[in-house]
Each structure stands twice: as C-alpha cells, then as structure tokens.
Design a protein around this ligand. Structure first.
Ligand SMILES: *Cc1c(COP(=O)(O)O)cnc(C)c1O
Length: 392
C-alpha cells in the first residue's frame, strides 16, 4: 500500500536510511554509536571575552545541548525544514508556535477538527488576549478564501483531523492563505515526519507530538516545531524567550525512537489496513474513518501528499446504546483504554464529537478510535471480534 516514492519526489527509502544514519557522529564520541545525553544547565566559558560576547555554540542548558541539536537536525532533515525547536510536549509545540506569531487584535483561522487541546488554547486566546478565532470546515477547499479578514494572521490545520480523520488539502489551503499574507501551520503528528513533509507542500510551520510515533514507546512527552526560512528567526526568538526547552531524558528517548520509526510505521500501517478492511465489512460497524481506505473521502489527497498511513483510525457503530458500547470496551483484552497513541501497544477510546466541534455538525453518538499496535494482527482481530459480539 505504501508508495515507495512520495508524490513530491522524496524517496521514502532514502528517508528511512537517513533516519538511521544522519545526525549521528560516532567518532566525535569515541566511536560510540549514539550521541551521549548531555545533562546540563551551566556551560563554562574559557575566558572573559567569550563570556561577555556569549560567543560559543552552547551557552546555557535551556538554549540547547549537543543532544538537542542532533535530534533537531534529524527531525528537520526528515521534514525538509529549515530548522526545528524542541518543546516539552506536543501541545507546547502548538502553543509556542501560536504565541510566537499572534498579537492582540489578530484574527486566526482554525480547522474545526484540530486536536481538542489546540482548540481549548485558541478559545483561551480569544477570551484573554482579544484574538478573534474562526473555526472552519477543513474540507471547504476554495471557500476558505471568503473567511480571510484584513487582520487574519494565520491558519492552523491538521491532516487528517483528530478523531474524525477528515483530510484537508494542505497545498490548496496554504496557497489561499499566502495570497492573504497569512502564515500556515499544521499539526503533522498522524503522519510523523516520515509520511508527510508539510513544508514541501507550502506550509510554514509543522508541529509534531514526538510523544506519539517518534518516541514510539509511550514513555516520553516531547514536541517539535519544524519551521521554514521565513518563520525561523521569529519562532526561535520566541522559543528562547518563553523558555520552553525539552528535558534531556525525553530527547534521548525520542532520538532512539527515531531510528526504528520506519519499521514500526510499516508494521502499524500493514496491520491497521488489515483490520480496517475487515471492519469495513463487519456487520456491527457502520463506517471506518481512515484516509488509507479507497472508500474514504480524503483518500485522493492522502495518496497525493502522504507516503503511507499510521495505525490510528476511527469507526462508527450501528449500535448507539452506551451500556452495550461500554460492554464492548470492557471486554477487550489487548486494546488498552487510554489517551494518546503512537506507542507499540493497541489502544481504544470512545468519543462523541457533537459538543466539541462548531463548524461541522456531528451526530450525537459514540464512535471509537483505535490505535493498531505492533501485536500479532490475528490476535488483535480475534480480540475485536469477541468484543464486537457484546454489541448484539
Ligand atoms: C497527542 C497529540 C498532541 C499533543 O501532544 P502531547 O505531547 O500529548 O502534548 C498534539 N496533536 C495531536 C494530533 C495529538 O494527537
């Protein structure tokens, strides 16, 4: 299913090799394969002149270490970005990006299907900082044009959107925003840096919750902001100013995760496709929301802009009864119930979008989001089958 060559000419095989080899410099560290974890606050200067001019590569732990530089460069290369800032969480990557560019009196356009805490933060900007926020249907295409105002500073996208998994046209929406001199930001967590490079599609800033697939083992919180030449200086200045630096342990875990990202994602995709196809024809399932399926409304966009799919998708059920759906959840043995995703393990959460979205109407019903982990796919299928029987 995975296209070997992504649509914008980047060879996926080359990207996989890059993740293993680039930004490791063993012979700078006595031959050890991995960059050591630099734990540090104070950095010493050799003399008064260097100290007073701040003239050396590293000056204070908050501003970076050789370990953070190595991960930033690896992520920037993977997403073909000008550079990268690490932050303590995916959400802080989002809030840092927004805060770096908005000012009192600005208007911002936010895709209706963004990760809920992103929306929460935008509502806070509206209430507390006089930022005007408009949520829009991310599938609106050309009609985005009509939503711009003189004071529209930026648009924020996510492809596919959280939970509902609707695709948006990153290229088209970026073009429209640039015609209005607005910046374009997108949350690229679903694709990870390997399966989509938003900056090559016209996006200015791509944020990544490295907590998910980059770390890949449900053991770390970390975010990354990938920026282009145009936005780099202002972004880096704000990041420095706000003090949003990442912890050394998390940087180590994410750097280690990056080395196996490609093999893990290949397995997640293969198993998720098997299960999504099977569920599509299952009598208890109403619809499967996964852009990698040909039946999905966003399939053509996904195929054009992504070089693969991850293990996260959603389903709706014919059964609407909450007690029955809870019985299904409680019966599952291999699918843990918990937030987050992107780790090695399978997960399930129920959700109802009827009260959390404003631009697109969603039915008042309980859907499920599944994360297909690295377990044996037949075991996962058997677990889901016995769970789905509880809906009868
Ligand atoms: C989890 C998630 C985030 C937030 O990442 P954290 O590291 O948990 O703060 C942001 N965007 C998306 C799409 C996510 O799924």
């Amino acid at each position: 299913m995975t296209d070997k060559n992504s649509p914008h000419g980047k060879n996926k095989t080359a990207a996989e090799t890059q993740l293993i080899h680039d930004d490791r410099h063993p012979h700078d560290y006595e031959g050890f394969v991995n960059t050591p974890t630099f734990r540090g606050s104070t950095v010493l200067f050799p003399d008064a002149k260097t100290l007073t001019t701040n003239n050396q590569p590293y000056t204070y732990g908050r501003y970076g270490t050789p370990s953070t530089t190595a991960l930033e460069q690896a992520l920037a290369q993977a997403e073909q970005a000008a550079g990268c800032c690490l932050t303590p969480s995916g959400l802080s990557a989002i809030t840092t990006s927004l805060m770096a560019f908005v000012q009192k009196g600005d208007h911002i356009l936010i895709a209706d299907s963004v990760y809920y805490p992103t929306r929460n933060f935008c509502d806070h900007l509206q209430r507390s900082f006089n930022i005007e926020v408009t949520y829009f249907d991310p599938t609106l295409g050309e009609r985005l044009d009509y939503l711009f105002q003189k004071n529209t500073r930026l648009i924020f996208l996510e492809a596919p959107g959280s939970l509902s998994m609707d695709m948006c046209d990153l290229r088209l929406l970026s073009d429209i925003a640039h015609r209005h001199n607005a910046l374009v930001m997108t949350d690229n967590t679903w694709a990870s840096p390997l399966l989509c490079q938003p900056l090559t599609l016209g996006v200015d800033i791509s944020v990544q919750a490295c907590t998910k697939y980059v770390s890949g083992h449900s053991d770390a919180m970390l975010g990354a902001i990938l920026y282009n030449e145009k936005t780099g200086q202002q972004l880096r200045d704000y990041h420095r100013f706000a003090g949003n630096c990442a912890g050394s342990e998390e940087v180590f875990l994410a750097t280690r995760g990056l080395r196996t990202l490609a093999v893990r994602l290949n397995h997640h995709e293969k198993s998720a496709l098997t299960i999504a196809h099977w569920l599509q024809d299952h009598p208890m399932i109403d619809e499967v929301y996964y852009p990698a399926l040909e039946s999905n409304a966003g399939h053509a966009l996904w195929k054009r802009d992504f070089s693969g799919a991850c293990g996260l998708f959603s389903v709706s059920l014919h059964q609407r009864d909450k007690t029955k759906i809870h019985a299904l959840l409680d019966a599952l043995k291999l699918f843990g119930m918990g937030w987050s995703w992107g780790g090695f393990e399978s997960l399930v959460v129920p959700y109802n979008l009827s009260k959390t979205r404003s631009a697109v109407a969603h039915q008042d019903r309980i859907n499920l989001r599944l994360h297909i982990g690295l377990e044996n796919v037949e075991d996962l299928q058997a677990d889901l089958e016995q769970g789905l029987e509880k809906l009868a």
